[in-house]
Design a protein around this ligand. Structure first.
Ligand code: SF4
Length: 293
């Protein structure tokens, strides 16, 4: 395999579709979430700076006008601040039009960095972090082995935002199954309200073979929610969102039954109406055949 070939599975947020995807780590340093299989077969590691630099040099020869970069893989903010600074400096040097660098982050990655370190990274164009809150309910988070409480994730998001790094927060519909759907929606809305993120998205749980959650499902210990229940959960979540400022909210991921989008708080009523139309007419929903593979 070429040294300049991305190793393992590449994932990136939908909004980073046009970005230069630069691998700086292999896999995810946590790699324990019960619903996630992305990096099951990738041993976590830090990519050597020389290889990262080689990719940057190669990309700059082909397209020196790159404006956005996304640092892969699963939680690249786990790198030391020194290493991240070195990468950000190298990017800035090679791409004169560089505007923003994005990264996946978990709560621990953010909380272990000082406010000064985060400010330094921001000054070097680290402009957005993507964090999987998944749920604001601690019982669900613990069951899913997320590795952080809702309170820690709220603290992390606020800390990054205090350093002027925009945060994009992801909630996973269906994660509490039918039994905890109500609490999942309400607690997730409470956590998001405390975060006040600039961006928010809701995805829908897809059960994938190879995950521990899939095994629970096969044993009858976890239920997949039907489309109506998922939409009701989404409605309850959205109804209880009271974010301050402007928050772009989307459910446009391929996993979702009903794509909606708008800016909170202004578009909340319109988006609730779209959900109500979906609840009244199931022909408006995307198919559910891929919910458990
Ligand atoms: S932190 Fe993200 S990438 Fe890592 S195991 Fe959990 S969901 Fe997967």
């Amino acid at each position: 395999m070429s040294e300049r070939q991305h190793q393992g599975i590449v994932i990136r947020p939908p909004s980073e579709a046009g970005s230069f995807l630069l691998q700086v780590t292999y896999g995810c340093s946590h790699n324990r979430c019960a619903f996630c299989i992305t990096y099951n077969y990738t041993k976590f590691g830090v990519r050597k700076f020389e290889k990262v630099k080689g990719d940057i040099e190669l990309a700059s020869r082909y397209n020196p006008s790159i404006r956005r970069v996304f640092l892969c893989d699963g939680d690249a903010l786990c790198l030391s601040t020194d290493e991240l600074e070195r990468i950000l400096d190298c990017l800035d040097e090679h791409f004169p039009a560089l505007e923003r660098v994005g990264i996946y982050a978990n709560a621990r990655d953010i909380l272990t960095k000082s406010p000064e370190e985060l400010a330094t990274l921001r000054s070097k164009k680290l402009g957005i972090g993507y964090i999987g809150l998944e749920s604001g309910n601690d019982e669900i988070l613990e069951g899913m082995r997320k590795g952080a409480t809702a309170r820690e994730m709220v603290q992390a998001v606020r800390k990054a935002q205090d350093a002027f790094i925009d945060m994009s927060v992801i909630v996973l519909l269906g994660l509490g199954s039918n039994a905890m759907s109500h609490q999942h929606a309400l607690d997730s809305a409470t956590a998001v309200n405390q975060m006040n993120p600039r961006y928010l998205s809701a995805l829908t749980l897809m059960l994938l073979p190879g995950t521990s959650l899939y095994q629970k499902y096969r044993k009858g210990e976890f239920e997949i929610m039907n489309p109506t229940s998922i939409l009701e959960e989404l409605r309850l979540f959205l109804e209880n969102l009271e974010v301050e400022g402007e928050c772009t909210f989307r459910t446009n991921h391929a996993s979702n039954y009903l794509p909606i989008g708008g800016t909170l708080p202004g578009d909340k009523e319109r988006m609730l109406e779209v959900i109500d139309r979906g609840l009244a007419d199931s022909s408006l929903l995307r198919p559910e055949s891929f919910r458990a593979l």
